[in-house]
Design a binder for this molecule. Sequence first.
Ligand SMILES: Cc1cc2nc3c(=O)[nH]c(=O)nc-3n(C[C@H](O)[C@H](O)[C@H](O)COP(=O)(O)OP(=O)(O)OC[C@H]3O[C@@H](n4cnc5c(N)ncnc54)[C@H](O)[C@@H]3O)c2cc1C
Length: 511
Amino acid sequence: MAVKQVDKTSKELYTELLGKLRKIVGEEWATDDPVILIGYSRDQSLETAHNPNIVVLPESTEQVVKVIKAAREYGAPVVAWSTGGNTGGGCIPQRGGVTCDMRRMDRILEIDEENMAVRIQPAATFGKVYVEAEKLGLRNVVPSAPASVSMLANYLDKGVFQVSNKYGVGTDSILGLVMVLPDGEILRTGCLHQDNYGPICVEGPGPDISGIFHSSMGTLGICTEMVAQLYPLPAFEDVLPAEFGEDDLENVSDFLREVARADCSLETILFQDGYLGLGLTPNQDGAETLRAQLPRQSALVYYGGETAEELEIRREQLDCIVERTGAGLSPEMMLELLKELVPWKRVFKIIQVTPRVERLSGCFELFWFNIAIDQAPDFAREFMKFARKNFADTDPESSDRPYPYEETTFYLQPLEFGRSGMLEMDAYPNQGEPEGIKRGLAMARDVIPFICESGGHFDRPYGGEKSGFGWVQTPLLGTYFDLLKDIKGTLDPLNMMNPGRLGMTADQAGV
Ligand SMILES: Cc1cc2nc3c(=O)[nH]c(=O)nc-3n(C[C@H](O)[C@H](O)[C@H](O)COP(=O)(O)OP(=O)(O)OC[C@H]3O[C@@H](n4cnc5c(N)ncnc54)[C@H](O)[C@@H]3O)c2cc1C
């Protein structure tokens, strides 16, 4: 399809495109009102804000097809936006264009209780699916993200969960996809490849094409439907908190690996005080108060069983691991601290169903890496050195907004029965202040190359063209990146789907 030649100004072309989009979705569901556009210009990251030219809200796969075809006619970039809760600038329209907000497509289309699967639209949230599945004794796997974010976008994005030690990452739970490709064609994969959908676990047919859409951040098309696995909920459950000292990192990683390997937990994670405080309290004051009282590191283990006896056995297994790894057990202290704030046994429930916003001062900038779990202590120590370097020199008494080093935290998530882990490093600068942006980006420039060069795996090279997180890694990828560019160039020769992401510029994408 020929792209409209630019003998008109870009403003005139966008006005024309807006008219076409309104015919597709209805007058009130497409706009170029700057007051609305600005709401799509940034997320919680330090990425440079940029407005789209148009926001459009389709209500069906058919409308998404028409939106993409219309945008293509004008050579306009298209950025998918499911609930906008990512923390890497993924939905910021770096080159303007059309932001395709999927929030009218927020339905749970079907829960198949018998076969433990759910069919969802892009804006169905984790919380919504969790609540409905729970009524049937089932659950979705959920991250420690706000419950108001999109389950589909997170699974596509290879989300990492407290339960990843057992059930893997987000993409491991995907059974089928409906993708609208950059030319407007519809591709159906996995169990959705035929109309007579049944939630059987299939890849392919043949080589699994759906894999190329995993972690593609909307650069290869828009997903309008997903079938994902659900899992059984235990009849009996409990939570075991374990406390570790500030530098007790070897014990922490031993503890997490042993718990994951023994398969005696349903969810396991190590939080530092800052992240846990933010996760458990409804507002910033509460978060800061709680952070000051929590131990620097707490591992939380949620375990369960079909009978009270099975629960008891799991607890005995956990007690043995506690003893072997020297974890300081502190349930009474934690209970005391938290009883005013949260029902303690429901601590994971809070993560599952509340729409929290986790940030101390305007932004939640994070870097996450897959590592071998025994690398965690060294990496975490280095991270805290970088945190000190970039955040510790502000005098809390004299600054308008101090950036105390203690506000940088990490958390460690065992994956794959403890074979590997995900180390997430978090900083909370203020994206509205030049000082905050400077510190956050300096931190990124320190942390990312260090981890990549030391054998950590940076599998989500997000960030935009300006902050350049993607660029840190792409030079190291060789043939892998060349093939990625070829795939992008073949599927999206006009480079219109979320251009500039994943380290790919127009040139590199083969346009
Ligand atoms: C406080 C906080 C804590 C978090 N903790 C975790 C955590 O522990 N584990 C974890 O895994 N994540 C975590 N996240 C990340 C977040 O949950 C995911 O990024 C989010 O779930 C993705 O869904 P979204 O709606 O926010 O996606 P969006 O922000 O809407 O989109 C994310 C990316 O996917 C693309 N995209 C969106 N929709 C589609 C679509 N329909 N088709 C194709 N591409 C699309 C976008 O263009 C963008 O590049 C956290 C986020 C926050 C704010």
